[in-house]
Design a protein around this ligand. Structure first.
Ligand SMILES: CC(C)(COP(=O)(O)OP(=O)(O)OC[C@H]1O[C@@H](n2cnc3c(N)ncnc32)[C@H](O)[C@@H]1OP(=O)(O)O)[C@@H](O)C(=O)NCCC(=O)NCCS
Length: 312
């Protein structure tokens, strides 16, 4: 009988086949080399550090999987792979039975997944959806352009977090990061981008800081390396009051030229479906759609009654 079981119960070989298929999908469709991430995930699986589930078919074959990580009072689901809609629903339901799902204030699913019927399954379980589009532009014919500001420096960490906090709406429960807009949430977000591997390897020399008054920044762009010849614009922000004067466009032109000079073949980014200003900017700069990521949020039981379902 087809059933879900904790992913710690299956062999490393069965998981390796699943991870290899996922790595190939990221590489072939997104030009994103995820090879460094799988050994870390496998280690977390075998040691029980991260809970997850697999879908096992009648014949014993593992056909789907998912996992979640608890962090800062949130449960984060980073992947869900399933062969059909029934598998998608079963894995999702099992994730929601985790004790952590009851204890956290928010459940976030941000994933590149082709699990059949995932979006309706999430919506049916009370998730608010704001899908993110993965856009790319080739860098082969990028003209030389002067880069505004200077290269990003590690001393810009706090000022970058302050700039991002001022650049986004204060409170946005549908946002996958910094939902309450607290300084600590934004500092954590920036630290993850520059120190973590989840969004590629940070490249400070290709990133931009535009100094403002005192220690503040007026604008910043965070660029990472996804391997496979892809540079990734992980975040771009211009302070209110300076917007609409072409600074965002000139940062984009300048960093595209420096990424090309550094040998990258393409530039990619993720943008929320509802972020119309940024989407217009990227369309004008020649970015086109490559894939969609699921971004869905829901109150956990500890946050029920406090989850405002305003779209991002
Ligand atoms: C997205 C963002 C970086 C754009 O920065 P920006 O400096 O305002 O970008 P630009 O000025 O180059 O372009 C934005 C608009 O100004 C217009 N503009 C550009 N140059 C102009 C000029 N000289 N005079 C008047 N308007 C101008 C553009 O046509 C564009 O208008 P449109 O969106 O209505 O078509 C900024 O809005 C921001 O920080 N948003 C919050 C963070 C965010 O969402 N980041 C993207 C994450 S994916």
């Amino acid at each position: 009988m087809r059933r879900c079981l904790p992913w710690g119960e299956v062999t490393p070989a069965a998981m390796a086949a699943m991870f290899a298929a996922e790595a190939a999908r990221w590489r072939d469709t997104l030009a994103w080399d995820t090879a460094p991430l799988w050994p870390v995930l496998e280690q977390a699986r075998v040691t029980g550090a991260l809970p997850g589930f697999v879908l096992r078919e009648d014949d014993g074959r593992v056909a789907g999987w998912t996992y979640a990580a608890e962090r800062d009072g949130e449960l984060l689901c980073g992947a869900l792979s399933a062969p059909d809609a029934d598998g998608t629903a079963r894995l999702l339901d099992d994730l929601l039975t985790l004790p952590a799902a009851a204890a956290v204030s928010r459940i976030v699913c941000f994933a590149y997944t082709d699990a059949p019927r995932l979006a309706p399954a999430l919506a049916a379980r009370g998730f608010l959806l704001d899908p993110h589009e993965y856009l790319t532009r080739p860098l082969v014919a990028v003209p030389a352009a002067r880069r505004p500001g200077r290269a990003w420096d590690v001393r810009d960490l706090d000022a970058t977090a302050d700039l991002f906090r001022a650049s986004y709406p204060a409170h946005d429960p549908g946002r996958p990061f910094a939902p309450h807009g607290r300084p600590a949430e934004w500092q954590r977000y920036v630290a993850d981008l520059v120190l973590g591997q989840g969004c590629g390897r940070f490249r400070p020399s290709l990133s931009i800081a535009v100094p403002g008054a005192g220690d503040a920044l007026d604008a910043a762009a965070i660029v990472t390396d996804l391997g496979a010849g892809t540079a990734h614009l992980a975040q771009l922000a211009v302070r209110h009051g300076l917007r609409g004067a072409g600074l965002g466009a000139s940062m984009l032109a300048g960093l595209s030229a420096s990424c090309r000079a550094a040998g990258f073949a393409r530039l990619s980014l993720l943008v929320g479906a509802s972020n119309t200003t940024a989407r217009r900017l990227y369309a004008r700069a020649g970015f086109t759609s490559c894939a969609w990521f699921v971004s869905a949020t829901r109150a956990g039981r500890a946050g029920e009654g406090r989850h405002d379902v305003t779209a991002a």
